[in-house]
Design a protein around this ligand. Structure first.
Ligand SMILES: Nc1ncnc2c1ncn2[C@@H]1O[C@H](COP(=O)(O)OP(=O)(O)OP(=O)(O)O)[C@@H](O)[C@H]1O
Length: 451
């Protein structure tokens, strides 16, 4: 990769890439190849961060426990046992190549505080400047459900956004994303380029490996998050980490490759139709140029790239404070606003109480809330609801008033706040700088889409 601009590359390794699913023994050959690849990238001038799962798996092996227990303190104890063994393993492997590493353990509550988020960002930046490879993991020993990222796919996406990475590699035990689970569907077809993640049609509902936490669905959520922050995201098989170099090389030079013909029929002798993908058959990707289907229903021609799924990054990335507002904070409630308020916010105005239709949840001042746009009814319905329909979640905000206060001032002019509350800390429910919109404003209000 010499000659390419220096890149920042985050490599996320799932549990299935680090320990054997059945024996829980560390997969030393894969780990060694990852180390060689990371050091090669580093020597070529790139900055590398590894997000490593596997602490619980390694802890299971250390304690000779066969199955992951259900009891939370036991799981957290195993994570504590496994984490130090895992780091000592990484350190001894990297040490053979004289590459210093550092451990960063995060929980969601660490980054919910703006100052701590910036501290984490600065520390990662400093480590990269010093030529160190940071190894990031969730602090499983401290994290309980409410403060968990939940899976390292999400953690790796937040890390990649934090350091303004160019690439996020989600390394796993399948070649790429398929239209359905290839473990149970031998006819599953590979999806290789996703230009519009919101148009993606793939069944990712089934669980992954027995030690894995997320399966494919968390990788899609992570890809949504990372691409919105301008990070090209790749899903590929971990057993050949050298592919990372080829894939980055391919992506960086793609513009200089043959432009795709508009017709879906490849020119004779140049491109072959893609075979159906079956699990564990990565070979065909390396030798033949061929046409492949894409998640956004267009065709792309790929020459000499190892099999992978690439999610292209947003042209209008959401970064820094706006990314943190959306994904660093956990919302404690919802503010329902009318379409007029939504238009005003889009034109960079702050949120006035007059545009607030309804409030849900119990949040305090300066806590994060969801912003949901609804159709305001001229008069409340028979059950007293002032709006109709499902509502569309468009973004997040840090609010100047608590839920109880907003429910008293909703729908009124700012001049009336003083009379209703006895004080008026601000004319706005939320300042514009404390409001951030999602890349797409069409997210239905369902908990499953919560990031
Ligand atoms: N549409 C799909 N395409 C590809 N794989 C799928 C799909 N749906 C489900 N899967 C499953 O997702 C698995 C990969 O996710 P899994 O969580 O096991 O791995 P991991 O990321 O390596 O581990 P971890 O969750 O610990 O990070 C695959 O082995 C496959 O069985």
């Amino acid at each position: 990769m010499k000659g390419l601009k220096p890149l920042t590359i985050v490599i996320k390794l799932g549990t299935s890439s680090i320990v054997d699913e059945k024996t829980h023994e560390p997969l030393l050959s894969i780990l060694s190849l990852i180390v060689e690849t990371a050091v090669k990238l580093h020597k070529d001038g790139h900055k590398v961060i590894i997000v490593s799962s596997g602490a619980i798996g390694v802890g299971l092996r250390r304690m000779d426990i066969e199955r992951r227990p259900k009891h939370l303190p036991r799981i957290q104890a195993l994570a504590a046992i496994g984490q130090c063994r895992l780091m000592s393993l990484w350190d001894s492997l990297f040490n053979h190549l004289r590459q210093p590493i550092a451990q960063i353990l995060l929980t969601r509550s660490d980054i919910a505080d703006r100052t701590q988020y910036l501290n984490a960002q600065n520390t990662l930046g400093e480590l990269l400047e010093m030529g160190v490879i940071p190894i990031v993991n969730e602090n499983d020993t401290l994290a309980v459900a409410e403060i968990k990222f939940g899976d390292n796919d999400t953690l790796s996406a937040i890390t990649a956004a934090m350091v303004h990475a160019d690439y996020l590699f989600l390394m796993t035990d399948v070649d790429c994303l398929y239209d359905k689970n290839p473990r149970t569907n031998p006819d599953a077809r590979a999806i290789e380029v996703v230009e519009d993640i919101y148009a993606l049609q793939a069944d990712v509902s089934s669980a992954g490996s027995s030690l894995g936490t997320g399966g494919m669905s968390t990788k899609i959520v992570a890809a949504k998050l990372a691409t919105s922050a301008g990070v090209t995201t790749v899903i590929t098989r971990s057993s050949n980490p050298g592919n990372i170099v080829s894939i980055v090389n391919y992506c960086q030079h793609q513009k200089s490759l043959i432009s795709p013909p508009q017709s879906s029929t490849p020119p004779p002798g140049q491109l072959l139709p893609s075979p159906s993908k079956t699990i564990g058959s990565p070979k065909n990707s390396l030798d033949k140029p061929r046409a492949r289907s894409t998640g956004s229903l267009s065709l792309e021609y790929i020459v000499n790239a190892p099999l992978h799924t690439r999610f292209t990054s947003s042209l209008h990335p959401i970064r820094d404070r706006y990314f943190w507002l959306l994904h660093g904070l956990t919302p404690h409630g919802t503010i329902f606003i009318d379409t007029g308020a939504h238009r005003a916010l889009a034109n960079k105005a702050g949120l006035l109480p007059v545009g607030v239709v309804d409030v849900e949840g119990a949040f305090a001042q300066q806590e994060a809330v969801r912003i949901v746009v609804v159709e305001r009814l001229p008069t409340p319905s028979s059950n007293g609801k002032p709006w109709e329909g499902n509502g569309v979640e468009v973004g997040r905000a840090l609010v100047n008033y608590s839920a109880a206060e907003i429910s008293r001032i909703k729908g009124v002019r700012s001049g009336e706040i003083q009379g209703l509350l006895g004080y008026a800390d601000s004319e706005y429910v939320a300042l514009r700088e404390n409001i951030s919109f999602f890349e797409r404003e069409s997210r239905p209000v369902t908990p499953s889409l919560e990031l």
